[in-house]
Design a binder for this molecule. Structure first.
Ligand code: AMP
Length: 193
């Protein structure tokens, strides 16, 4: 029987279809696992953040425990994209960041048996920003945690050296060990599972 070039081309294209489907599936699996790996990598300005410090994440934002918390439960929520200023965020990032902060604040206030929250952004160096990557500070608050309530803003502003001395924050605010931070993040992660 004579096989026309057309029917032969058709037959080989049918035979090749399962292979091309398999290749497509494999490449989409590879690209989704690359995406998953990338989603596990966190940067906070110049710092590489270990995923053990991260207790909450969405595709646009993540939250980490603090290296030098001012009070128990003082955490940070950041956009995944490394941008310096609040106005650099897209509307989607802005919305996701604040919705994340709202959820996290609610849970941490309960967890720490606090009765209020400070939510603050130091947006730019002259506003006290020391890490050039947008972040919302979330601090669960209790009566009497600072002698004068608004001293928390001076304490957040690392540049207020004189006040830091008065408040003796240097003594309290040592860099914490990864073990301590990982343990805290493990506890918080359970609040969002
Ligand atoms: P700001 O002064 O508003 O830029 O705040 C910077 C915050 O980041 C402070 O609360 C620091 O304690 C905290 N911080 C700095 N480096 C790290 C880090 N590597 N991991 C976690 N928190 C950090």
């Amino acid at each position: 029987m004579l096989i026309s070039p057309l029917s032969s081309a058709l037959r080989s294209s049918v035979a090749l279809r399962p292979i091309s489907v398999a290749i497509k599936k494999a490449s989409s699996f590879a690209s989704s696992s690359i995406k998953m790996e990338a989603e596990k990598q966190y940067k906070f300005g110049p710092y590489k953040i270990d995923e053990k410090e991260v207790f909450y994440s969405t595709h646009l934002s993540y939250a980490l425990v603090n290296l030098r918390p001012l009070l128990p439960g003082h955490v940070l929520v950041c956009p995944r994209r490394e941008v310096k200023r609040f106005t650099d965020l897209t509307p989607e990032e802005t919305s996701d960041l604040w919705i994340s902060a709202q959820k996290i604040g609610k849970q941490l206030e309960i967890y720490h048996k606090a009765s209020s929250l400070t939510l603050a952004i130091q947006d730019g160096p002259q506003a006290g920003q020391t890490v050039p990557h947008v972040h919302i500070h979330i601090v669960p608050r209790k009566g009497g945690d600072f002698e004068n309530n608004d001293e928390i803003y001076d304490a957040l502003d690392e540049k207020e050296k004189e006040l830091k001395k008065t408040l003796d924050l240097d003594k309290e605010r040592k860099d914490r060990s990864m073990e301590e931070m990982a343990q805290e993040a493990d506890e918080y992660r359970k609040l969002f599972s």
